[in-house]
Design a protein around this ligand. Structure first.
Ligand code: ADP
Ligand code: MG
Length: 848
């Protein structure tokens, strides 16, 4: 083979390094011609030599330079797929699917050979040579095959996105690669990034002792003129529409790419633009592109991926118009609400939020009158692009538009770096993205729209300069860009609470998470807090092992493994794990979903001076008290109110009365739809992941029985044992001053200062002696600071030994002296004398 190579007229230095193997690939001529235009093709030799000589290589290159589609092909041709797999990870599912299809097509290979694997889906076979997968999938594989023995190369693509899984993979592979080398079974690691900012990978001695070589791929980039808006507009969706109308009507040909934040916004814009510049098949010759005629009908497609709730709300709007003031709300039938079973598609599993947009509910026609005078008659070929779109529909953006049409793609940040759309000349950038923000205290997450980073904004602008000079229209001012945009996005790992990360890594057998070589390590104290909390939950346990040399380290318990199976924070995971009995799971799912969404119940601030507001608020509060029911129901407290509110809202929604219902009862409608989405997502994941559970079999969810309500209180306690408060007994209040200050006050187990029940809590009047709370927050009013507990549930102190054992100090276990017990079955009954928490509250004697 070497002889064959030497016969070629190559420079000697190159010849000697040419790989011994060359696997032939039979490509179509058009594909080959397109490949040759890609900047990365010019670098093939250098890239392959560097890979041959190094265990770890970083490739940094502009989006669209050909990294994702070409590097796997280079490796295949060099024989890396002959005995083992070439693996490529992507942070996004979209990219894994679409890139595997593209590479198969370019190489004239079947999908049996170039395949993909994402969570719950894939087409990998035993013939697979090149395997695209999400980073989460590879991380899971490491759990069962630590050295990744099936792979000859692992490519971590889109490393600049700094997804948590990719970051962990880099850390793990930095150790796996040398191990494989030692065993004489080398593994190559290639890290690919769309930005040149790779110091976190190269300049981190803990990660790579010798910094790996960085190969830069220069892409042809034409100048892009940036146009800032004078003022930053709030309604960027409408503004994007206006801008696009202008571009299409006034500017020379060239595709338009619009960046907005989510699927809903994308669909809304697509609908409006199609309406404004309709593409009529009959105007054009049908023959232009055979595949297009099929696609044309989809130009009129209804949004098949739309959220049902929205339709219900639209109906409400319509009926409201018709009936004006005579709508009468039917009596809410709390017993007959149902768990939604209809939208069970994977739709809700990804980050693309389907939240309701105000603008979606508006009458479409009003802004169609805008700017009609100067509007062109030329049709616009409008296509949506977001991660949950079927891959078939996604691929339409790569085909040229029908003749006489201008291409316009409306996208989420998927098109920022993962997919490159050809022939874009104009970019309209909202400057926003949807991110998941985590509450540091509760670990609760919420989707919010924020400004992107400067780096992202520049990436987006860059999409306009790939074929010729382009223009980028930013829907925000240069002042906002300079002052409010962060230079780079913070790596995910530093934004998220690390509880689940810690648990997952421990599940993988990484005992000393603190020593793990993260590219950018999470906060040290955060890690410590997480470990402590996981121990409290019983997910981790200290032990001494031989491997640890007698050192104490924490390991995952069987309960911890069960908790980690649920896609929620470990607190909630524990609640779900304990609900696998008494048919409690549907309730816990609902409660976890409701507790994960902020501000479900509207509250008027305690300081509100406005009488009307106050009376509205007290009307809502009294309603909630009736919802809370009596007896055990009531003791379940605020979470029970949420449970019932969700059920009743579902029912009202099914009657098309959701909006009135929310208004009447002081619920935030968006929160209700978010809860629904989370419930569907959790239900799906549990059905798929937990054996023997099928939550959709019995979609009807009656209000819980008394017994179930009691279990639910215990389940809440099991997840929040560190958030227990005890009412300060009257005899502990020494003087008048104390009594004035601390009457009705509680003391938390983890904090000195007294706290009060929030006035909106249904347990505010009832004042149970022991409670768990979801959160504490501080309110400042002039000089006085007060702390309030929110989301309160009453508990029995006897439960603490069972449900929060890690926080109990057992003082003595005594045999029960009473013969009444001893006589029974000849067994000896014992009771436990224990105290709880740091303050050492005495617990009642508990029988065991
Ligand atoms: P990078 O990973 O460096 O961003 P890619 O390998 O993704 O670059 O893309 C290289 C080129 O391949 C781009 O010009 C892109 O438009 C093109 N391309 C990718 N997927 C497809 C597809 N499915 N159909 C047509 N062209 C595609
Ligand atoms: Mg790529």
């Amino acid at each position: 083979q070497t002889e064959k190579n030497e016969s070629k007229p190559l420079k000697p230095s190159v010849v000697s390094r040419k790989p011994a193997v060359y696997v032939h690939v039979d490509r179509d001529a058009t594909i080959q011609a397109a490949r040759l235009k890609l900047p990365i093709l010019a670098e093939e030799q250098q890239i392959m030599e560097t890979i041959a000589e190094n265990q770890i290589v970083i490739i940094a290159g502009e989006t669209g330079s050909g990294k994702t589609t070409q590097v796997p092909q280079f490796l295949y041709e060099a024989g890396y797929a002959q005995n083992k797999l070439i693996g490529i990870t992507e942070p996004r599912r979209v990219a894994a699917i679409s890139m595997s299809k593209r590479v198969a097509e370019e190489m004239n290979l079947s999908e049996r050979e170039v395949s993909y694997l994402i969570r719950f889906e894939g087409n990998v076979t035993e013939d697979t040579k090149i395997k695209f997968m999400t980073d989460g999938v590879l991380l899971k594989e490491i759990e069962s095959d630590f050295l990744l023995n099936r792979y000859s190369v692992v490519i971590l693509d889109e490393a600049h996105e700094r997804s948590v899984y990719t970051d962990i993979l880099i850390g793990l592979l930095s150790r796996i690669v040398p191990l494989r080398h030692k065993k004489g079974n080398p593994l190559k690691l290639i890290v690919m990034s769309a930005t040149l900012r790779v110091e976190d990978f190269t300049g981190n001695a803990k990660l790579f002792k010798i910094p790996p070589p960085v190969l830069k791929v220069e892409a042809r980039q034409y100048p892009v003129t940036i146009h800032f808006q004078k003022h930053t507009v709030e309604d960027y969706v409408k503004e994007a529409y206006r801008k696009t109308v202008k571009i299409h009507s006034k500017l020379p040909e060239g595709g338009v790419l619009i960046f907005v934040t989510g699927q809903q916004e994308v669909n809304y814009l697509v609908r409006k633009l199609r309406k404004a510049f309709p593409y009529k098949e009959s105007l054009n010759s049908r023959k232009t592109e055979p595949t297009q005629s099929k696609a044309t009908t989809t130009a009129e497609d209804k949004d098949d991926d739309e959220f049902d709730m929205k339709r219900a709300i639209k109906n409400v709007k319509r009926s409201k118009k018709k009936l004006a003031s005579q709508v009468i709300l039917p009596k809410i039938n709390l017993d007959s609400y149902k768990l939604p079973s209809e939208d069970t598609d994977a739709d809700l599993l990804e980050n693309d939020d389907c939240r309701l947009e105000e603008s979606d509910l508006e009458n479409d026609d009003d802004d169609l009158t805008m700017e009609t005078e100067q509007r062109t008659k030329q049709p616009l070929w409008v296509l949506p692009l977001y991660s949950l779109l079927s891959s078939e529909k996604q691929r339409r953006v790569f085909a040229p538009p029908p003749e006489g049409c201008r291409l316009c793609v409306v996208s989420t940040n998927v098109a920022e770096t993962s997919l490159t759309i050809p022939n874009i000349k104009y970019v309209v950038d909202s400057g926003r993205q949807k991110t998941r923000l985590y509450d540091k205290v509760t670990g609760v997450s919420a989707f919010v729209v924020t400004f992107t980073s400067k780096a992202s904004a520049d990436q987006r602008a860059g999409r306009a300069g790939r074929v010729s000079a382009g223009h980028c229209y930013r829907l925000y001012s240069s002042a906002v860009f300079n002052d409010e945009f962060e230079p780079f996005a913070v790596p995910d790992i530093q934004k998220k609470p690390v509880d689940d990360l810690m648990l997952q890594m421990k599940c993988m057998g990484i005992d000393k998470v603190i020593n793990f070589p993260f590219p950018s390590p999470p906060d040290f104290t955060q890690l410590e807090v997480a470990e402590k909390r996981l121990k409290m939950l019983g997910a981790l346990e200290d032990c001494k092992t031989k491997e640890s040399g007698g050192q104490v380290i924490s390991k995952v318990t069987p309960l911890g493994h069960a908790i980690s199976a649920f896609p929620v924070s470990p607190r909630f995971g524990k609640m779900l794990a304990l609900s696998h009995q008494q048919n409690l799971l549907p309730y816990t799912v609902c409660m976890v979903a409701a507790l994960s969404v902020q501000e479900v119940l509207l509250e008027v601030s305690l300081n509100d001076e406005n009488d009307a507001n106050r009376s509205q608020s007290s009307k809502w509060s009294s309603k909630r008290r009736t919802w809370a029911g009596s007896g055990n129901y009531q003791l379940l407290g605020d979470p029970m109110v949420l449970l019932r509110a969700v059920g009743a809202a579902e029912f009202a929604g099914s009657q098309g009365k959701l909006e009135q219902f929310c208004e009447e009862n002081g619920l935030r409608m968006k929160a209700i739809s978010e809860i629904r989405k989370l419930r569907v997502q959790l239900t799906n994941e549990i059905n798929l992941n937990i054996p023997d559970v099928n939550l959709s079999v019995d979609p009807k969810m009656e209000p819980p029985t008394d017994l179930q309500a009691k279990f639910l209180r215990q389940i809440l306690l099991s997840g929040m044992g560190d958030q227990v408060a005890r009412k300060i007994p009257d005899d502990e209040l020494k003087d008048k001053e104390d009594k004035r200050k601390f009457k009705h006050a509680y003391q938390c187990s983890e904090m000195e200062d007294p706290v009060l029940a929030h006035s909106a809590s249904v347990l505010k009047k009832k004042q149970p002696d022991w409670v768990v709370y979801q959160e504490i927050y501080q309110l400042e009013n002039g000089d006085t600071k007060k702390m309030f507990m929110r989301g309160i549930t009453a508990i029995e102190p006897e439960w603490l030994l069972t449900y929060a054992p890690k926080l109990c100090n057992i003082k003595a276990v005594k045999e029960d002296p009473s013969p009444r017990y001893n006589a029974k079955d000849g067994k000896v009954y014992c009771y436990v004398e224990a105290s709880f928490g740091r303050s050492g509250w005495e617990l009642p004697l508990t029988e065991i």
